[in-house]
Design a protein. Structure first.
Length: 132
């Protein structure tokens, strides 16, 4: 398994877990029955941190749509190197940090770790295009 596929797999696994905290809050706020029901405008709102966790999860999924193909292209073309390996590892930790700081409500740090993840994906795209 290439390093890029390894980090991609870890990132997918991490993203698969991001829903758990805010759904647990939904269970506390709305009960199990309310959690399993279709959402309604009259539902009690989630805690602020849970609303941010949900947004962070959505953001992680949106960004995975760009990171995953970039990592797969690097793997398929067999052009992985120390730089792409590092970029994938940095992406993983940037997404984890983004989720945590977004959920905690730390705005400036949230943006910095988001840009770090974006830059990591950009490194892969540049490598795939042969410029690095």
């Amino acid at each position: 398994m290439s390093h890029e596929i390894y980090w991609l797999s870890l990132t997918i696994g991490l993203t698969l877990l991001f829903w758990i905290p805010y759904v647990l809050n939904r269970m506390v706020v709305r009960g199990i029955r309310g959690t399993l029901a279709n959402p309604a405008l009259t539902d009690a709102p989630l805690a602020a941190w849970a609303q941010r966790a949900r947004a962070a999860h959505a953001n992680a999924a949106e960004n995975l749509v760009m990171f995953a193909p970039a990592a797969l292209v690097i793997h398929a073309l067999g052009i992985g190197n120390a730089t792409t390996d590092l970029a994938c590892a940095v992406y993983f930790f940037a997404r984890l940090a983004h989720y945590l700081v977004y959920t905690a409500g730390i705005p400036v740090l949230r943006t910095l770790v988001f840009v770090t993840g974006w830059a990591s994906t950009s490194v892969l795209v540049v490598r795939a295009l042969g410029a690095a």
